[in-house]
Design a protein. Structure first.
Length: 137
């Protein structure tokens, strides 16, 4: 199977994060759609393909070793200069409900390792996302 495109690989990371607790909430799915429609890294991506790409990811996760294989392939498909962007996209999904579940935290830890990101970079991304997602009340 060929490597996913850069955009598909980032979508895979968001779907993996959302599915980590076996409950892909409407809020998380909406956030994935928002990221795909608004982030410059997805310029040129036909968002009508989002469902198909998400289903491909979910199907691949069901295979033996699927999670590790998808994380490895995504890290290979995403250029190094976009690893922080990919982590930020995945963290957006994990943090959208302002509640980090143990499974999501584990996936984020795995992503940090696969994407070979410095802890300080991850901390900055996480802080920015949390600040952006907070509401007034």
């Amino acid at each position: 199977m060929p490597l996913p495109s850069v955009q598909e690989a980032i979508i895979y990371l968001m779907v993996i994060t959302s599915a980590s607790d076996r409950d892909m909430t409407d809020v998380e799915l909406a956030r994935i759609g928002d990221v795909v429609r608004t982030w410059p890294v997805f310029d040129g991506f036909d968002d009508s393909n989002l469902l198909e790409v998400s289903q491909q990811c979910q199907s691949a996760l069901q295979n033996p070793g699927g999670l590790n294989k998808l994380l490895t392939e995504a890290a290979r498909a995403i250029p190094i200069h976009l690893h922080d962007t990919a982590y930020a996209a995945a963290f957006e999904v994990a943090a959208v409900d302002l509640e980090m579940r143990m499974e999501e935290a584990r996936i984020m830890q795995m992503l940090r390792g696969h994407l070979e990101l410095e802890p300080s970079v991850c901390t900055a991304i996480e802080r920015a996302a949390k600040a952006r997602l907070r509401s007034f009340g």
